[in-house]
Ligand binder design. Structure first.
Ligand code: SF4
Length: 175
């Protein structure tokens, strides 16, 4: 981080929040340390268990309330930083913020994907500009077909609509 800061580049940090680290990662000391290293944004991502053994690490409703309160507090405290919570903030911004609605993701091969959690791509930034990539048929379809604004119950909207996303990729249908 220090090296990136020295080069004058903007960067952020993505933090996975578990029941074990929740107090630490929202603490002033943790946030101040990242801020002093030049970090301009923190993305807090709720831990999602993939096995029963790790389910105790997943935040519950009470923890989500805590996360919301702490994010609000840190926003007031550190004006020069951006704090984003997944999936909490998606709920309040009217749904999924992938596919250029709020952000998008470029994978290691250059493929522009709606989100790291929706790893589908129909355009590569090695062959096109980022501006053009944002207008890809997949992104266009997701933005215009109301998929992103489906009711958000706290999980991943595009994961729940995986079949729809795969159909758009397969058929190239944008309407
Ligand atoms: S694809 Fe899932 S994780 Fe990504 S922004 Fe949409 S709802 Fe959130």
């Amino acid at each position: 981080m220090q090296n990136i800061k020295n080069r004058g580049m903007i960067f952020g940090a993505s933090i996975t929040v578990t029941t074990e680290n929740i107090n630490e990662v929202y603490s002033d000391a943790f946030v101040d340390n990242l801020y002093n290293l030049g970090c301009k944004a923190i993305i807090y991502v709720e831990y999602v268990p993939v096995t029963d053994e790790s389910s105790s690490l997943a935040p519950d409703e009470k923890d989500r309330g805590f996360m919301k309160k702490q994010a609000r507090r840190q926003r007031r405290r550190k004006k020069g930083m951006v704090f984003i919570s997944f999936p909490g903030d998606e709920k309040s911004s009217g749904g999924c913020v992938a596919a250029g609605r709020g952000f998008f993701h470029i994978n290691a091969s250059g493929g522009a994907e709606p989100c790291p959690f929706s790893p589908y791509s129909d355009i590569n930034v090695r062959d096109t500009s980022i501006r053009e990539a944002l207008k890809s048929p997949l992104f266009y379809a997701l933005n215009t077909q109301g998929v992103l604004k489906d009711d958000h119950v706290g999980g991943c909207t595009l994961y729940m609509n995986k079949d729809k996303v795969e159909e758009i990729i397969r058929t190239g249908k944008t309407k």
